[in-house]
Write a protein that binds this ligand. Structure first.
Ligand code: FO1
Length: 306
């Protein structure tokens, strides 16, 4: 079995590449950017993985359902509601049924498993925890949910702080811990290390379990040069005072993984990273289509001989 820690729109490409080659993929998903909207519980990272694996993800945006309609949102606008968070009609059905199941006493893990069955997905998707973890950003002295900072304010204000509210009290999902223990390889996907992977590592039991299993954990960099290749990872790293480079990333992950995949353009930093007891592999990281998603996945599987 192979386990992938995933979050954000960058992770789904690698997950899809891996799933095209192996049927025993378990995806552990971030929950830090889950958001309550009009009484519906939206789980962007879980849904992006499920939609991606089901072949219905809106690829141009990296979230939501492709060719979705907007009748629900239009009506909310008529009702005078804010509509900056663009939830399409089919997507809304996902959030609505999940919320209803939560109200009926089901936990997020069971609902996600049920959802995977409904979308006929072979891979397993497991939320990192069934407890509440919320990524909050301080910007211009204002405390904002990640979605408010990133979507409503378009990520424009300065990032003065990042907090994972509830992470310290959260219990890792036992199925996620079992997956880490039972897997031959654990991959940290090229997600944003602060907003996609960070909330998961912020849960003590998760960081501890990865550290214990460090030998079989490989991280894939979302950074090429001094920029992230998909999404705003660089912006968040800079705000957290971390060097925006694969070296900076290696410093963040050195205790939880023993291997790091970087882009060949960053070869010059290999020596510096290997001094941190990390084995470095370099290849082409950008995944622009199915071919490059599968190429990166098979590169990883070949290098670590799984
Ligand atoms: N991102 C946006 O930039 N604008 C949106 O209106 C938006 C809506 C949305 C609805 C459902 C969903 O699952 C994700 C959505 N996202 C939207 C993406 C989301 O904000 C982030 O990309 C993820 O939270 C990062 O992991």
């Amino acid at each position: 079995m192979i386990t992938v820690l995933a979050g954000g729109t960058g992770s789904v490409k690698l997950v899809r590449g891996l799933a095209s080659q192996r049927s025993d993929i378990t995806v552990i998903s971030n929950v830090g950017d889950n958001y309550w909207l009009y009484g519906m519980y939206v789980c962007p990272d879980i849904d992006t993985i499920i939609y991606g694996l089901a072949g219905i993800l809106d690829e141009s945006r990296g979230w939501g359902v492709k060719k979705d309609t907007n009748n629900f949102l239009r009506q909310m606008e008529v009702f005078g509601e804010e509509t900056w968070f663009r939830v399409g009609d089919r997507d809304a059905a996902t959030h609505l049924i999940r919320t209803n199941m939560l109200k009926n006493g089901k936990n997020l893990s069971d609902i996600t498993t049920w959802m995977c069955e409904k979308f006929a997905i072979e891979s397993k998707v497991i939320p990192i925890t069934d407890n509440s973890v919320e990524t909050r950003i301080t910007s211009n002295d204002e405390d904002l949910h990640l979605q408010e900072y990133w979507v409503k304010h378009r990520g424009k204000g300065p990032i003065e702080g990042i907090q994972y509210i509830g992470a310290d009290k959260s219990r890792p999902n036992p199925a996620a811990i079992n997956a880490i223990q039972d897997s031959e390889l654990v991959i940290i996907a090229p997600g944003n290390p602060l907003t996609s992977i960070g909330p998961m590592l912020g849960i003590k039991g998760v960081r501890k379990e990865l550290s214990k299993n460090r030998k079989k954990v490989i991280a894939v960099s979302p950074i090429i040069g001094n920029k992230s290749f998909s999404g705003p990872a660089g912006q968040y790293m800079e705000a957290a005072g971390i060097q925006v480079s694969v070296f900076g990333l290696a410093q963040m992950y050195a205790d939880v993984c023993s291997k790091l995949v970087i882009d060949s353009k960053d070869k010059a930093q290999i020596k510096q990273i290997e001094a941190m007891d990390l084995k470095v592999y370099d290849t082409k990281l950008k995944m622009q289509n199915k071919v490059s998603e599968e190429a990166l996945a098979s590169f990883i599987l070949k290098q670590v001989k799984v």
